[in-house]
Design a protein around this ligand. Structure first.
Ligand SMILES: Cc1ncc(C[n+]2csc(CCOP(=O)(O)OP(=O)(O)O)c2C)c(N)n1
Ligand SMILES: [Mg+2]
Length: 637
């Protein structure tokens, strides 16, 4: 077999196993062919398809970055237990995957990347698209994938392939290490034949571990929580990937500790659970942010504490606040100088609940959580039903989509003003019902990622909410959805530019400069002419999808219902008022404002900025001291 044929045969024999359940680790391949992979992997995929079209289906994509997004959407929906492989040519095909790889690694989601690479033999150098590095001949553009991958190998010789394949699968299935795994395959090596050991192709099951907490660490964590008067749980993506929602609910109910959710953790509890405070941080709810403000012990579960979660370290204002971090990744447990609990989220929550048996917050604390959450829900209801005319507010669009979506349906988004609005406003009723990519917040993830979500969960409807800016950056995977008969419900929100960055620009005193899609006015030389005559509905239609043009919230609802009933991709287009913001949540995000400026608005913004900066806290205080050990150590008695 050639190296490429061996890769394909190996991938078809890999399984993951968690909680006694086994599934294919990589059930399909996405790709775009060029001279760097068409003869090697392309030929191997053809042979495999002719043998059995269902063993490792090949799905051609339209853009290499987008196909990595699709693999990421798939992997996240499958709680990291399965993913897709992505094959690209060399040069631009490979470097197009860099953004996708970074997104995967930042979000700790597994994807297998198989970029083609320059000739190992170098006989015909430089091959088309080869970057020549005059003083380092073993460097290729694929080295840009190294810092954004959790595993990287280049197979210069066939003998190196087995170690690369096993190394990649190990990283993909390790919850603490996972991210993009890249195996660069020089185009001549792909086509080279080799006599492989049979056992390379034996069925292989990769056990996905649920590490249990170390007893001493558990005791330390429980002791800190027992001392708390105002504890708060911050639930991150790890809760969902570890399928720990039920364990979280039981832990919260047993201890009476309310739960705030990060973007990746939203859906950990249903929105109407009596201990659910909703979104945490800069795009949070007033309920979660008020509890965070006063919390004395914050229990972070499966969170990496991004600046949106900590409101750039202004969210926690209790002078004695301490953190207990439960995470499968040791580096995350150590953040904010926490008491560390390295473990799987589910295993850790169950162990903590047992260690805290009999301990609970007072009823008044739970009542307060319920009150504040109810207050926020009234705010949500008002935002859903503003009745703005002639153009509706984005919050009304979110309300209509939330009404039409069933509890198990999935909302997908990534960049713009929508992720923040969804974090605050979406009523999530299922742990897999909310899929906002906010680790990399990558414009263009929406449609490509939504495609992966639907491939992973064909029994759910997928609502992709996408802004005009994101749509213009990357919408071509609509064609892939049509090709694969994958049904998406896409809501395209047209507000003629970057409403999010426009609002941010205004808040930093930069007057929405360069953030709306307008003609350049020849008399002023500035982009303040009429809005550009783009018709994105017509654009989507031209790609082969069914389009419904909604003009108000009522026709949007009707369109969404029609889309729900359809069995093909439907895009509903609606124009919104870019100047109506979602309700405020008494929070902040650190975006530095010019220290000196000739513009008044910037100077005013800087004064505001300096005020907020004073609320920023280092959060470095060491964990509370432990009772002295009774055996050995430095006991003086
Ligand atoms: C690839 C990429 N480039 C730039 C950004 C910075 N950015 C964040 S939101 C945004 C504008 C998004 O516009 P649109 O999709 O229309 O959403 P809106 O802001 O109007 O809600 C930009 C440029 C980004 N997140 N991703
Ligand atoms: Mg926009």
């Amino acid at each position: 077999m050639t190296v490429a044929q061996a890769v394909i045969r190996y991938l078809a024999a890999q399984y993951s196993e968690a909680d006694g359940e086994r599934r294919r680790l990589i059930p399909a391949t996405l790709g775009i062919f060029g001279h760097g992979n068409v003869a090697g992997l392309g030929q191997a995929l053809l042979e495999a398809e002719r043998d059995d079209p269902h063993r490792l289906p090949y799905r051609p994509a339209r853009n290499e970055q987008a196909m990595v997004h699709t693999a990421v959407g798939f992997a996240r929906m499958r709680n990291r237990l399965s993913t897709l492989a992505c094959t690209s040519s060399i040069g631009p095909g490979a470097t197009n995957m860099v953004t996708g790889a970074a997104l995967a690694t930042i979000n700790r989601l597994p994807v297998l990347l198989l970029p083609g690479d320059v000739f190992a033999t170098r006989v015909a150098d430089p091959v088309l698209q080869q970057l020549e590095h005059p003083s380092s001949h073993d460097v290729s553009v694929n080295d840009t994938l190294r810092p954004v991958s959790r595993f990287f190998d280049r197979v210069w010789r066939p003998e190196q392939l087995p170690a690369a394949l096993l190394g990649a699968a190990r990283v993909l299935t390790d919850p603490a290490e996972t991210g993009a795994a890249t195996i660069a395959l020089p185009q001549d090596v792909q086509a080279e034949a080799y006599d492989w050991p049979d056992e390379l192709f034996a069925r292989r099951v990769w056990h996905v571990p649920r590490p249990a907490p170390e007893p001493a660490a558990l005791a330390r964590a429980a002791a800190v929580i027992r001392g708390a008067e105002r504890p708060l749980i911050v639930a991150g993506g790890g809760v969902i990937y570890s399928e720990a929602s039920a364990a979280l609910r039981e832990f919260a109910e047993a201890t009476g500790i309310p739960v705030a959710e990060t973007q990746a953790g939203k859906g950990s509890l249903p929105f109407d659970h009596p201990l659910a405070l909703g979104a945490m941080g800069s795009t949070g709810t007033t309920a979660a942010n008020r509890f965070a403000h006063e919390a004395d012990v914050v229990i972070g579960v499966g969170t990496r504490y991004s600046d949106f979660t900590t409101a750039s370290r202004t969210a926690f204002q209790n002078p004695g606040v301490r953190f207990v971090n439960l995470n499968v990744t040791a580096a995350d447990t150590a953040k904010l100088a926490a008491t560390t609990l390295v473990a799987d989220a589910r295993a850790g929550l169950i162990a903590l609940r047992d260690s805290l048996a009999g301990w609970s917050t007072p009823a008044s604390y739970r009542d307060r959580a319920r009150e504040l959450a109810a207050e926020w829900d009234a705010t949500v209801q008002a935002a859903y039903t503003l009745g703005r005319a002639p153009l509706p507010a984005q919050s009304e669009v979110i309300g209509a989509a939330n009404d039409v979506a069933e509890p198990r349906d999935v909302v997908v988004c990534a960049a713009g003003s929508m992720p923040g609005d969804l974090h605050k406003l979406w009523r999530t009723r299922d742990p897999k019902g909310y899929h906002v990519e906010y680790g990399y917040s990558c414009m263009g993830y929406e449609i490509a990622g939504g495609l992966g979500v639907k491939l992973a969960a064909p029994d759910r409807d997928v609502f992709v909410l996408v802004g005009d800016g994101s749509y213009l950056m990357m919408s071509q995977e609509l064609v892939t959805a049509v090709q694969e008969s994958v049904k998406l419900i896409i809501v395209l929100v047209q507000n003629h530019g970057f409403q999010s960055i426009g609002a941010l620009s205004e808040s930093v005193g930069a007057q929405r400069f360069g953030t709306s899609y307008r003609h350049r006015d020849p008399s002023t030389g500035r982009l303040d002419g009429p809005v550009l005559p783009v018709d994105l509905a017509a654009n989507a239609e031209s790609l082969g999808v069914r389009v419904i043009r909604a003009h108000d919230i009522e026709s949007l609802r009707a369109g969404l219902r029609e889309a729900k009933a359809a069995d093909e991709t439907v895009l509903v287009h609606i124009e919104t008022d870019p100047l109506v913001a979602a309700p405020d949540s008494e929070s902040w995000w650190d975006v530095p404002v010019s220290e000196v400026a000739t513009i008044d608005t910037t100077r005013q913004a800087r004064t505001e900025y300096d005020k907020h900066k004073q609320d920023q806290r280092p959060l470095l205080a060491p964990p509370p001291t432990q009772p002295p050990s009774t055996s050995g150590g430095f006991s003086t008695s």
